[in-house]
Write a protein that binds this ligand. Structure first.
Ligand SMILES: Nc1nc2c(ncn2[C@@H]2O[C@H](COP(=O)(O)OP(=O)(O)O)[C@@H](O)[C@H]2O)c(=O)[nH]1
Ligand SMILES: [Mg+2]
Length: 387
């Protein structure tokens, strides 16, 4: 079975190491991660049934805690890019010191920055050193209050557990026995399935920006081929020429978003290309644009490749949106729905609008290169607006 990872964050001295020992026992194997020569590193305890990652170096000094935040971020980003299951974070133990309640607000604010990549991973707040029974209720209330001021954090706060990780002797007659450890282990195990899903989503979201850039590049490349073909060929009515380019684009996009080539969504998109639906859209657009001032200004030698470019952009962008749905874990059906949503809307007039924008600065003398550039600019301007 897959083993989950728990990230333990908390200022230096709050009792992270003591807590980890209490949960996993003293003799667990540790591997370290961090830049050589720095005091900021992560200790990875290979425990059962989950691994625990201790963050060393969250000193009260802000410069050191900045470094610790940077170290966790760096490790997280590296693990996300590699999509490595062994290094993803599935549950976060957010430790605050029960004997210094006035530090809660700042500690929570600072520490939360280190976990910004793990936006949906569930959080358990562990109130360490909870020796004083009467203070436990007040501490829980304060943690709740601080979390409620941050919507993103409070959404994934699952539990607040006061613990005593090793016996604490108050005086000759009174001591605080270990407490809360079993509850913490049980709660962590219970959250693991949610944690696996959350980590997967967070990694996908993190990598989405790179995927979008690649998708944009693929669309622009196909636009170039479509323009080149249509400039010398018969125009968009030659559906065979364009459908080969469009199908190849759909294939590259499905690869970019890790969507199976044989998935339902890929098949439906390709069906629309090969069964003539897309060709019909292109033809309707041509006959509309021919009558418009832009069509008359540019003439069919220029207008046809612009329409071809617009159709490729439409296919590419709607396929990319559908694949994003699948990539983000929403499944094949939502991918299909997204595509149908686009194709059931008024795509012909959308293409007409696109052609007007792309053709705006072109003339009847424009070269295929200039047409491609104008179409690429259009794709890029739309993407930067979206983000
Ligand atoms: N008695 C007792 N001492 C604790 C407990 N938690 C932390 N400490 C003490 O607090 C100090 C800092 O703990 P440590 O685990 O090293 O904190 P870290 O820097 O967050 O790893 C140590 O002296 C621990 O013995 C606890 O539950 N009981
Ligand atoms: Mg420690």
């Amino acid at each position: 079975m897959k083993k989950g990872n728990v990230l333990v964050i908390g200022n230096s001295g709050v009792g992270k190491s003591t807590l980890i020992n209490a949960v996993l026992g003293e003799d667990v194997a540790i591997t370290s991660w961090g830049d050589k020569g720095t005091t900021i590193k992560l200790d990875i305890y290979n425990g059962e049934p989950f691994n625990v990652i201790d963050t060393i170096g969250f000193e009260p000094s802000w410069i050191k805690s900045l470094k610790a935040i940077a170290a966790i971020k760096k490790w997280s980003h590296k693990s996300a890019k590699e999509e490595n299951e062994d290094t993803q974070i599935n549950v976060i133990w957010f430790c605050v010191d029960g004997t210094s309640r006035k530090l809660f607000p700042n500690a929570i604010k600072d520490l939360s920055r280190s976990i910004s990549m793990w936006k949906s991973v569930p959080i358990i707040v562990v109130i360490t050193k909870s020796y004083s029974v009467p203070e436990r209720t007040e501490n829980i209330e304060l943690v709740n209050k601080v979390f409620s001021q941050n919507k993103d954090l409070s959404k994934r706060l699952r539990k607040i557990i006061p613990v005593v990780a090793s016996p604490y002797i108050l005086n000759d007659t009174a001591s605080a026995p270990p407490e809360g450890i079993t509850e913490l282990i049980d709660a962590t195990n219970e959250l693991m399935p949610e944690g696996f899903k959350a980590a997967k989503n967070d990694i996908s979201r993190f990598n989405l920006g790179r995927k979008r850039a690649w998708a944009q590049g693929a669309i622009v490349a196909s636009v170039g081929s479509a323009v080149a073909k249509c400039f010398i060929n018969l125009g968009t009515s030659d559906s065979l020429v364009l459908s080969a380019i469009e199908n190849a684009l759909v294939d590259s996009l499905s690869k970019i978003y890790n969507v199976d080539k044989n998935s339902k969504v890929t098949q439906i998109i390709k069906n629309n290309i090969t069964n003539g639906t897309v060709n019909k859209i292109a033809k309707s657009a041509i006959s509309l644009i021919e009558k418009l001032p832009i069509g008359q200004k540019l003439g069919s030698t220029i207008i046809n490749p612009i329409i071809a470019a617009s159709v490729v952009i439409l296919i590419g962008e709607s396929a990319a949106m559908s694949f994003e749905k699948v990539y983000l874990g929403n499944g094949d059906n939502e991918g299909v729905e997204k595509f149908e949503e686009v194709f059931e809307s008024d795509v012909v007039s959308e293409i007409v609008e696109q052609v007007k924008i792309i053709g705006d600065n072109l003339t009847s003398e424009s070269s295929p290169k200039e047409i491609t550039q104008a179409a690429a600019n259009f794709v890029n301007s739309k993407k930067s607006k979206k983000q």
